[in-house]
Design a protein around this ligand. Structure first.
Ligand code: BEZ
Ligand code: FE
Length: 288
């Protein structure tokens, strides 16, 4: 393998991997090298541009730690996360669609009973959420485990709070559906927020003329035996970013109506001094 030139390099790299024992790995690496080389040829990549890309990926690595996952943000903003989500979650039209997971889920969220306030002190207008989890034939899914998480009115998740506040779980929790598949809880109104954009991904967005905003949404992960796990959001109707979500996650079927109510009696019977919101949204799970 000598005197390799720009015409023979691709084949030489592919041949070097021909002994790879893991067939799936060989398939992936072969395709990756072919596409990477085609890309470099197509754009006639210069040495300077190649080095800038190396610096960019180095910066993405340097800012990444156990709280900040810049590689996932990069995947999200390049549409790769949504592509992988879509092609791995094809299901019958009647089922609730999936969307991106995002980086702000935590495993050990507190457990609540239906009716509880999961805001736990997070700032925002009060919101009462209710709905049902059903299967594709309309059967109620009793005992389904719901993980719910959202940002506060300033657009920050609890895990992003500086100064230690991030260890307290706010505006997130686990709930179970009742015998009729229903759930309800109190939280705060979802607001639009920018994804973290003070790092290399933010620079990439600015350089390519893009904004960093996500439309207001509430995250759900729903798990129940015999059904596929659903990872999705409910987006807020009327949000100005529904058609330009920076991570390409919006589906029309996932847009819900948050209804504003004047001060008065809330769905849980409490008296609200301030305006409050309600959201009703049902989820349909696919069979496993
Ligand atoms: C989120 O919705 O939490 C999210 C998704 C992708 C990137 C950043 C945030
Ligand atoms: Fe989010």
């Amino acid at each position: 393998m000598r005197n390799i030139n720009e015409d023979t390099i691709t084949q030489a790299v592919l041949a070097s991997m021909s002994q790879c024992a893991d067939e799936r790995l060989r398939t992936i690496m072969t395709s990756l090298v072919q596409h990477l080389h085609s890309f470099a040829r197509e754009v006639k990549l210069t040495e300077d541009e190649w080095f800038k890309a190396i610096q960019f990926l180095t910066d993405v690595g340097h800012i990444t730690d156990d709280k900040r996952q810049e590689f996932i943000l990069l995947s999200d903003t390049l549409g790769l996360s949504m592509l992988v989500t879509s092609q791995n979650n094809r299901k019958p039209a009647a089922c609730t669609e999936s969307t991106v997971f995002g980086p702000f889920f935590v495993e050990d969220a507190p457990e609540y009973d239906c009716g509880d306030d999961i805001a736990n002190g997070a700032k925002g207008e009060s919101c009462f959420v209710r709905g049902r989890v059903v299967g594709i034939d309309g059967e109620p899914v009793a005992g389904a485990l719901l993980d719910v998480w959202q940002s506060d009115e300033d657009g920050f998740y609890d895990v992003q709070q500086k100064g230690g506040g991030g260890h307290e779980h706010r505006a997130r929790g686990k709930l179970r559906t009742g015998a009729d598949g229903s759930f309800h809880f109190r939280s705060i109104l979802a607001e639009a927020y920018p994804i973290p954009h003070d790092g290399p991904v933010g620079k990439m967005l600015a350089a390519t003329g893009r904004h960093p905003w996500r439309p207001a949404h509430l995250h759900f992960m729903i798990q129940a035996p015999g059904y596929e796990t659903l990872i999705t959001h409910v987006f807020r109707n009327g949000d100005q970013y529904l058609d330009s979500d920076v991570v390409f996650g919006v589906r029309s079927t996932l847009i819900g109506d948050w209804i504003e109510h004047a001060p008065g009696v809330a769905p849980d019977g409490s008296w609200m001094e301030r305006p409050f919101y309600t959201l009703d949204y049902d989820f349909v799970l696919n069979r496993e």
